[in-house]
Design a protein around this ligand. Structure first.
Ligand SMILES: *[C@@H]1O[C@H](CO)[C@@H](O)[C@H](O)[C@H]1NC(C)=O
Ligand SMILES: *[C@@H]1O[C@H](CO)[C@@H](O)[C@H](O)[C@H]1NC(C)=O
Ligand SMILES: *[C@@H]1O[C@H](CO)[C@@H](O)[C@H](O)[C@H]1NC(C)=O
Ligand SMILES: *[C@@H]1O[C@H](CO)[C@@H](O)[C@H](O)[C@H]1NC(C)=O
Ligand SMILES: *[C@@H]1O[C@H](CO)[C@@H](O)[C@H](O)[C@H]1NC(C)=O
Ligand SMILES: *[C@@H]1O[C@H](CO)[C@@H](O)[C@H](O)[C@H]1NC(C)=O
Ligand SMILES: CC(=O)N[C@H]1CO[C@H](CO)[C@@H](O)[C@@H]1O
Length: 504
């Protein structure tokens, strides 16, 4: 390859060199017969302009034809014209000679330069050809290299694809194996399934028979239930009669208990001989000190019960027990809800109590004093207004002083929903009635506000005030008042004050 390119380059150089020489020679030959003489030297051209003479027509024959023209010319022209002609010829000859000299000179100069130039051109062309050749060679080499790289890449891709194909076939084989295994497992499972189905069929048939047996049993049981229902109805009827008999019996029992108490009193008042007998009798007859004990003994229905406040009070005291509110067991000592009982009472009446335990009622300061002296008691005040609100006030500790202490109040631990703070008179406030003024006012609070209460001066509450019905209960200073619930002049609809042991 390299050799071929080199040869080609040499050939091209030779051709151009020959062409250049040829053209140069031709031009020179032509210029010899013209008035403009031009010489080409490389890229430069030299032009010589020669002096022109008038009527030089004969000049065309100046080489060799001069004598012939002289012979052909008419003799009339004369000697003058012959001389002139000779002169012209000489000048022409001079010119020609000069021109030849010039031409020789130029030719010599040009020859040497031409040789030089041709050599240069050949060298330059050769160098250019070589350069081109080397360029071509290097380009070819580069292309070959690139081709090799591409080939390698193609081979790499092909090998990679082959590897992937191998892997794929491998995984396909694996999958086929797994598929075979799964197919076998499925067939196993199908076998098991068919076995199970058989079992299920067997069981179903068993169940059917059992179900039929069960249906028969159910029928029998239903018949039994119907029979028993009728029996229960009969029993219920009997129970109804018996319970009516039972309440009658309870009443008889109460009467009996009263009579027995009276007997015990009589016996204890009598001679001391039978002391052992009376205590054993008292133990036999149950005595409840408050509603909490009644509740613990199983009485869980609100209503009127009898309690024995202490050993000396032999007569039982009838009291209303609230067995529902906040766990039950409450001994109610004040209750108002329809104004049927007058609460304008004297000190003695407030001491001993008044009203109806089943309706509106005041149990009595003496009883409350004795009950709350038995242990630690809590107080709960239940209130209702005419708009249907039913809040409460609770005091952890509540106790009344004795009559000598004017049944003064002992209170601690307020909580509840009937106001953010207690409306009951402060600790130590005495009880006042219209005939016993123990308040902290120069006035008589019990007369102004009516009823009997722990008036301070005159305080924020009075649940024993006048009972006003709905519509008349507003702007009444002497009504049923609980300041922090409905303010100082609103008379409430219903109230209840009740006590229960702190540890109930
Ligand atoms: C050789 O040829 C290049 C371009 O073909 C030209 O530029 C350069 O002058 C030449 N050299 C000679 C010595 O003729
Ligand atoms: C194929 O090409 C990758 C990256 O292009 C290369 O890591 C690997 O070695 C090549 N493999 C061969 C066989 O040339
Ligand atoms: C109810 O009591 C009466 C007598 O008090 C009695 O004759 C009757 O048999 C009793 N009834 C029942 C079902 O105990
Ligand atoms: C009340 O007591 C009876 C048994 O003495 C019981 O069956 C009933 O559930 C109780 N009622 C309440 C509200 O506790
Ligand atoms: C105890 O009972 C007797 C007789 O009934 C009575 O005289 C006495 O005042 C009573 N004591 C008290 C503290 O009530
Ligand atoms: C108040 O209630 C009691 C007990 O429920 C009832 O006997 C009485 O008739 C009632 N009085 C009025 C005025 O409603
Ligand atoms: C006619 C003419 O010009 N003749 C001249 C030719 O050249 C020689 C010398 O070169 C002259 O001496 C002539 O006078």
């Amino acid at each position: 390859m390299r050799l071929a390119v080199l040869g080609l380059g040499l050939l091209v150089a030779g051709v151009t060199a020959g062409a250049g020489g040829g053209s140069g020679g031709q031009r020179r030959g032509g210029e010899g017969r013209r008035r403009l003489h031009r010489v080409q030297h490389g890229q430069c051209s030299y032009t010589f302009i020669l002096p022109e003479m008038e009527s030089c027509r004969p000049a065309a024959d100046q080489y060799g034809n001069v004598n012939a023209a002289q012979r052909d010319a008419p003799p009339a022209e004369g000697e003058w014209s012959a001389q002139k002609l000779q002169h012209l010829e000489m000048a022409m000859e001079n010119n020609t000679q000069w021109l030849q000299k010039l031409e020789n000179y130029i030719q010599e100069n040009i020859k040497s330069e031409l040789v030089h130039i041709q050599a240069h051109v050949v060298h330059n062309q050769t160098a250019n050809m070589l350069k081109m050749g080397t360029n071509l060679l290097s380009q070819t080499a580069e292309q070959t290299r690139k081709l090799n790289v591409v080939e390698a890449q193609v081979l790499n891709q092909t090998s990679r694809i082959e590897i992937q194909l191998l892997e794929n076939t491998l995984s396909t084989n694996k999958l086929e194996k797994e598929l075979l295994m799964q197919v076998s497992e499925i067939s196993k499972l199908q076998n098991k399934n068919s076995q199970l189905e058989n079992k299920v069929l067997v069981l179903e048939s068993q169940h059917k028979t059992e179900l039929e047996d069960l249906r028969e049993e159910k029928q029998q049981l239903q018949n039994l239930v119907v029979r028993q229902a009728t029996a229960i109805e009969a029993l219920e009827k009997q129970l109804h009669v018996a319970s009516s008999n039972n309440s009658a019996l309870q009443r008889q029992q109460l009467q009996l208990m009263d009579s027995v108490h009276r007997l015990i009193g009589m016996v204890s008042a009598g001679s001391g001989r039978c002391k052992d007998g009376t205590t054993s009798l008292a133990r036999i007859l149950e005595k409840f000190r408050d509603c909490a004990e009644l509740y613990r003994a199983g009485h869980n229905v609100s209503g009127v019960y009898s309690i024995h406040i202490d050993i000396n009070m032999t007569e039982p005291v009838k009291v209303f027990c609230d067995m529902e509110t906040s766990g039950g067991g409450w001994t109610v000592f004040q209750r108002r809800f329809n104004g049927s009982v007058d609460f304008q009472r004297t000190w003695k009446e407030y001491k001993m109590g008044f009203g109806d335990p089943a309706g509106e009622h005041w149990l009595g300061n003496e009883a409350v004093f004795r009950i709350t002296s038995q242990g630690q008691y809590s107080l709960r005040v239940e209130l209702k207004d005419w708009e249907g609100n039913a809040p409460f006030s609770h005091y952890d500790r509540f106790q009344l002083g004795s009559e000598k202490q004017n049944y003064r109040l002992f209170l601690r631990g307020y909580s509840g929903t009937a106001g953010h703070q207690s409306s009951l008179a402060p600790h130590g406030t005495s009880f006042s009635t219209r005939d016993a003024d123990n308040d902290n006012c120069v006035c008589k609070c019990a007369l102004m506000l009516t009823g009997g209460w722990w008036f301070d001066a005159c305080g924020l509450s009075n649940l024993n005030g006048m009972y006003y019905t709905v519509g008349q209960n507003i702007r009444k200073l002497n009504g049923i008042k609980w300041h922090y619930f409905r303010g100082p002049s609103y008379s409430l609809r219903s109230t209840a004050m009740m006590i229960r042991p702190l540890d109930f």
